[in-house]
Structure formats: structure tokens, C-alpha cells
Design a protein around this ligand. Sequence first.
Ligand SMILES: [Fe+2]
Ligand SMILES: [Fe+2]
Length: 272
Amino acid sequence: MNIYKVLPDLGNERQMKLWHKALRVQWSAEDLDWNRPLGVRARNLKEKLARVLTPVLMGEQSALYSVSAQIPTLGHHSEVPAQFYLTTWAVDEARHTELFARFYNRLGHEPLSIRKFPAGYIFQSQITAKDTAEWLSGVLVSEVLAKLIMEEFVRVDLDPVLSDIAHGILEDEARHLAFNHLYMEQRFYEVYEKSLEEGREAASFLRGKLEHVLSYAEPLLEAIGGELEEMDIDWRKMLASAREETTERLERSIDRGSRVADGSRVLPTGAT
Ligand SMILES: [Fe+2]
Ligand SMILES: [Fe+2]
């Protein structure tokens, strides 16, 4: 056990606000009405949906592991508000894992095994990193991909339970992405304040991490591309949107953090 300060510093108001919000909006798989008839009838479409959801369930479980692993890391660095928030992020990913595990029961089909879907496993293993900012730069790809695929599930509305799951996850993902910005902006502010050179180095390293993870997203989507197309989901468009959105999000964090450090932007209140 590592406790460096008995009284934790809870001064980061922006992270504390997000933590309180996350506490208030928790929900459960038990809140959904699982007794509604399955919207997908044809056996062959059920099998296709089981394939398409494989990387989704893999992503939820990987997120549960990686978020949980970051919780003690933040504690070691006395980043207690971020540590608080991540406890809710872990709960979110546990809920998502349960939702899809139960959805597979509803479908009556199994996900693909890791042996049959190596691209999904390889993609997830690129994300892991000990440093929180490095991990956040990689996990940004899977979070944005999850958001894009949930938006598509809402649009195509294959099944009422799946649409409810997708709606709920979209709310949760919005908080995960909000935390990503808060944390990354602060990290860039801190390194750019040390020196411009260190700031630039960190930015280029984290851009590299993002690019690296992105390069593994294409084989992952391509492996289920035919099934997605049959569900009227354009995976190439989704990949392009993921690239554009993740890059734009990381650049925004770099820009905001570096401008606070050079004095052209005021540090938002509560970011300590
Ligand atoms: Fe999730
Ligand atoms: Fe997430």
C-alpha cells in the first residue's frame, strides 16, 4: 500500500466535477428490458452480428483491465482526483462488458475466438502503456471507435436492446473522452512549462503512439468489414472518421496545454 499524503489534494476542480457527474449517472444492465423480442431473426444475420460484436466485447474487457491498472499508477503520483474518476471509468467498462456478455446470451451465438480473430487481440495489445498520458493517447482510438460504432448501432436500430445499450454507452463514452482532454491538456501544460523542447518531444512521442494504434485499426475493421457492410455500416468511412477525430482531439489537447504554458491562454479555473 502506498499512501504518500494522508489528506489528499482534491484541488483539481475540473476532474472532481467529472467524478461527481460520473457518480450521479451510473446505470445497470438490470435497468434494461431484456424480455423484448430479438429484432434480428435470420440465423445468418445473428451469426454476422456475433462476429461484428467480437471486437466490441474484446474492447470492453481490455478497457476494464487497462483502466483498472491505471488506478494505482495515479495514486502513486498523488493524482487523486484522476484516480477517483478512473474508479467510475472502471465501473463503466465493467458494465459494458456485462451488457455485451448478456447480449450474446440473447443472440444465442458466441463471439469469435482470439485464434479466429487475431487482429482484434493485436489491436488491443498496442494500447497498453504504464504512463497515463501514453495510455490515454492509445486508448483514444478504441474509445472513438466504440463511439462511432455505437452511433451506427443507434442509426441502423437492429434490435431494441442493442439500441438501448448503444445509447447508454454513448453517454459513458462522452465522459471518458472528456477526461482524456482534461488530463492530456494538463499534462501538455506541465511539460511545455518545463521547456518548449520537452513539450515538443512529448507531443511528437504521443502523436506517434496514436498513429501506431491507428495503424492496427484497419486490419481489425477489415476482418469484419463484409458483415458491417451487410448491416449498412461503411467501415472505411468509420476508419477515416476515427483517424480524423482522434487526431483532432489529441491536437486540441496539445494546443490548449501549450498555449497555457506560453501564456496565450489562461489556465482554466480548478486545473491545478
Ligand atoms: Fe466501454
Ligand atoms: Fe470507454
